[in-house]
Write a protein that binds this ligand. Structure first.
Ligand code: NAX
Length: 326
């Protein structure tokens, strides 16, 4: 029997956690039948709900699931973790400024980074989903000095998948025929969904759609998709977010499709004019458990402008986080 892979999820009794835990337990991350242990973490007031999640996980009788550990102690939850999904975060409350939100989450993610450094497998892959995801990833990585910052990333895969779905619908093709989509920058309203490099059934997307749509409605629809889901469902995207989190981690661990790439927010190296020292969403290719930023693309002036704007927002977030000196 191979060893059980240790997978930690924070915010595991929340909306996304409730989807994520079951999909992973069913084998969607590691492959059907691969043994795994779920280490589910919540804050104390949500522990009763988390007990219910653990009961339901047992009731699924999943072949892959060997053990479920539930805890409100990070030390226990992160122990030996090889894959870490940082989903739990402080939500924006009524009257709360963006700076307050950043400060509250900076405290959460600095502590999580420090405990990961002590307790997790030193090669653990850490995916930050909780918002503001890019800056939370930066803060967590900065507080884990013994871990490689490249082992932290933030999720823009939901935006990426949304963009692929919009392009597929517009061109009348199945979403699986869409390749080389890009989300640049921050997982926020300044993100830049860019289809200028995309292919649909091997053909350049720009030859299939008009430039006005590509630069206008397409971008706005992807940027505002989360708000549209809230308006329709009365609550924010959860199943699609969990699905994207698994896509992100699976491709990172097992590799991207030949000839294709995905969007991940990773430590910027200044490529394409993005600022250094932030977690910036780029097109990346993954192989052998590592990612590389796709090089050699030539963004036009419109794209460079958008990349600059979203980079400026990330710098502002980074500077605000630095002022907290966490
Ligand atoms: P919920 O409010 O349903 O669940 C969050 C859970 O996290 C709660 O159960 C809460 O008790 C727990 N929690 C809070 N602080 C914690 C801490 N310090 N340690 C452990 N657990 C903690 O939110 P949900 O809809 O699941 O969304 C979770 C996060 O994902 C939010 O920050 C949300 O903004 C973010 N999202 C990010 C996306 C992305 O693409 N990067 C898309 C989806 C989602 O909006």
């Amino acid at each position: 029997m191979p060893q059980s892979t240790q997978i930690a999820i924070t915010g595991a009794a929340g909306q996304i956690g409730y989807q994520l835990a079951f999909r992973i337990a069913s084998g969607q991350l590691l492959g059907y039948g691969q043994p795994l242990t779920l280490r589910l973490i919540e804050i104390a007031p949500a522990m009763k709900a988390l007990e219910g999640v653990a009961m339901e996980l047992a009731d699924c009788a999943f072949e892959s699931l060997h053990e479920v550990i539930i805890s409100d102690r990070l030390e226990e939850g992160f122990r030996g973790a090889e894959y870490v999904f940082l989903v739990g975060a402080k939500p924006r409350g009524p009257g709360m400024e963006r700076s307050d939100l950043l400060a509250e989450n900076a405290r959460i993610f600095s502590r999580q980074g420090a405990v990961l450094n002590e307790q997790a497998d030193e090669r653990a892959k850490v995916l930050v989903v909780g918002n503001p995801a890019n800056t939370n990833a930066l803060i967590a990585a900065s507080n884990a000095p013994d871990m490689d910052p490249r082992n932290f990333s933030a999720m823009t895969r939901l935006d990426h998948n949304r963009a692929c779905a919009q392009l597929a619908a517009r061109t009348g093709h199945h979403v699986s025929s869409v390749e080389r989509m890009i989300i640049w920058g921050n997982h926020s309203a300044t993100q830049y969904p860019d289809l200028s490099q995309a292919l649909v059934d091997g053909e350049p997307a720009m030859a299939l759609v008009d430039a006005g749509w590509a630069r206008g409605e397409f971008i706005a629809t992807v940027q505002q998709r989360g708000a549209s889901v809230i308006e329709a469902r009365g609550t924010s995207s959860a199943a699609s977010a969990a699905s994207a989190a698994i896509d992100h981690m699976r491709d990172w661990a097992h590799g991207t499709r030949d000839g294709d790439w995905v969007s991940m927010a990773v430590p910027s190296d200044g490529s394409y004019g993005a600022p250094d020292g932030v977690y910036f969403s780029y097109p990346v290719r993954c192989a052998d458990g590592a990612w590389e930023i796709v090089q050699g693309l030539d963004p036009d002036e419109f794209s460079r402008d958008r990349i600059r704007m979203t980079g400026e927002e990330l710098l502002e977030e980074r500077n605000a986080a630095n002022e907290l000196a966490l």
